[in-house]
Write a protein that binds this ligand. Structure first.
Ligand code: FES
Ligand SMILES: [Fe+2]
Length: 466
């Protein structure tokens, strides 16, 4: 086990000195995989939760997962638990899953439906919008309006639900929404229903799961079902495509011509937009052709659901593929949508949740067969889990040293670059906050003011929790 020292542990550091974690962040070598502690140390995992998962926008679900008022999901991220719920006005809201009385976790199932949110301990009762409406007998002057559930920032973009645990979420989400919404709109995710969902827990660090997803270097050998429809030339520079993949590349070019004609007729954008680094909400979106019949992620590429999504006029629309750092990838086809969210459980455990959405009116056994709909990604997820678990095992060996990314792994390099950028941004923000605390602390000592002391404590707690 690599032992690391967290901030504040370094003697004479003033509480925020340079630590082993900071040194490793600063010494990251672009173009190479990360040093082992990034993947296997509990201290790094704790930093990842605060600097990445509690600071950036996280994809948690689609709107189809909470179709009716009172429908909810609970999402655990590190020690946080969040309720995502549709309120009585049909709006989707997010609240911390923490009672405002004495802190008890309120909802304890992964999903369900409630009229109101009732704490099991002393029955404080909240509406789905988070207002406290009942708190038993309280002292005179008790003001219920001061004890609403603490809200969590939430954005629904084209039917995809993102939350941000930070009270100051990255505001570039608006720019990202403007770019990606037109790609999603034609698939009318609000008009879909959940056909299937799978939760897979992988014995691997979350970054290895994300890195594995960002390249298809392993697809040709590793994913026989996926490569029935997913062109194995994904990620290759057209000038660098190996000879054995040239026939697949020619089929891809022909399929792209057909795709573009169909997209133009349906008003669907297809250009690649890739802004994976240099912004808090790094993302990539494109529409690309599928192999075989070009309709869907099935073994022969034909549509898995007979009901077209939205007002689309053909199934031959390839895949609209979206990736948002740090935790989501997504494909929308003419007949169905498949979303993937990754949630870190421990330094060596990651939940990958896959959800298949079909038209809300599609009937199982009539319009779609569940096995046909889900086989490709169930198999692909299992194969990827094996790669990630073996990756984690190898990196856990003292013999591991970082290795170089191939040109086709450029998105892996971009993901790691983004990750390091966010760790540095979080560190800078924390340093500024702690310096502010120290300045106020010096001032308050000079004045001997108790009020300033309380303020200082609150600011320090805020800095430490951000
Ligand atoms: S802790 Fe929730 S009602 Fe008491
Ligand atoms: Fe894979």
């Amino acid at each position: 086990m690599h032992e690391l020292h967290e901030p504040g542990a370094a003697a004479g550091s003033g509480g925020h000195g340079r630590t082993d974690i900071d040194r490793l962040i600063d010494e990251r070598v672009p173009g190479y995989s990360l040093a082992a502690p990034f993947y296997i140390s509990p201290e790094f995992f704790a930093r990842d939760i605060e600097a990445i998962f509690a600071s950036t926008w996280i994809f948690v679900a689609s709107s189809a997962e909470v179709p009716e008022p009172g429908d909810y999901l609970t999402i655990d991220i590190g020690a946080y638990s969040v309720i995502v719920i549709r309120d009585d006005d049909g709006e989707i809201r997010a609240h911390h899953n923490v009672c405002r009385h004495r802190g008890t976790r309120l909802l304890n199932d992964l999903s369900g439906s409630v009229g109101n949110i009732v704490c099991g301990y002393h029955q404080w009762t909240y509406t789905p919008s988070g207002e406290l409406i009942s708190a038993g007998v309280q002292a005179p002057g008790f003001d219920r309006s001061c004890f609403s559930l603490r809200s969590v920032n939430l954005r629904v973009i084209g039917g995809l639900i993102f939350i941000c645990l930070s009270p100051t979420p990255p505001d570039d989400i608006d720019e990202v929404a403007d770019v990606i919404e037109p790609y999603l709109a034609g698939h009318d995710i609000a008009g879909t229903k959940v056909a299937a969902q799978s939760d897979l827990i992988e014995d691997s660090n979350w970054k290895l799961v994300m890195e594995n997803n960002r390249e298809c270097y392993h697809c040709e050998a590793g994913h026989p079902e996926l490569t029935c429809t997913f062109f194995p030339t994904y990620g290759y520079d057209p000038d660098e495509i190996p000879k054995r993949l040239q026939p697949a590349y020619q089929r891809y070019l022909d399929a792209e011509d057909q795709l573009h004609a169909n997209c133009d007729r349906n008003g669907l954008p297809y250009a690649l937009v890739e802004e994976l680094t240099g912004r808090p909400t790094g993302f990539r979106i494109e529409r690309a052709a599928l192999d075989g019949k070009g309709e869907s992620y099935t073994m022969d590429g034909s549509a898995a659901s007979a009901k077209l999504l939205g007002d689309l006029d053909t199934f031959v629309l390839g895949r609209a593929s979206l990736h948002v750092q740090p935790n989501m990838w997504f494909h929308a086809m003419g007949d169905h949508v498949v979303t993937f969210s990754l949630l870190p459980l421990a330094e060596d455990k990651t939940l990958v949740r896959t959800t298949w959405l079909v038209h809300a009116d599609a009937e199982e056994g009539v319009d779609y067969d569940l096995d046909n709909l889900t086989t490709v990604w169930i198999k692909t997820n299992e194969q990827d889990a094996t790669f990630c678990e073996r990756g984690h095992l190898g990196i856990s060996s003292p013999a591991y040293v970082p290795g170089p990314y191939a040109p086709t792994e450029s998105q892996v390099d971009d993901f790691v670059t983004w990750y390091i950028e966010r760790l540095k941004a979080h560190r800078e923000q924390r340093t500024v906050q702690l310096e502010g605390v120290e300045r106020r602390s010096t001032g308050s000592r000079a004045e001997g003011s108790r009020a300033d002391g309380i303020q200082e404590n609150e600011a320090r707690m805020e800095a430490e929790s951000s």
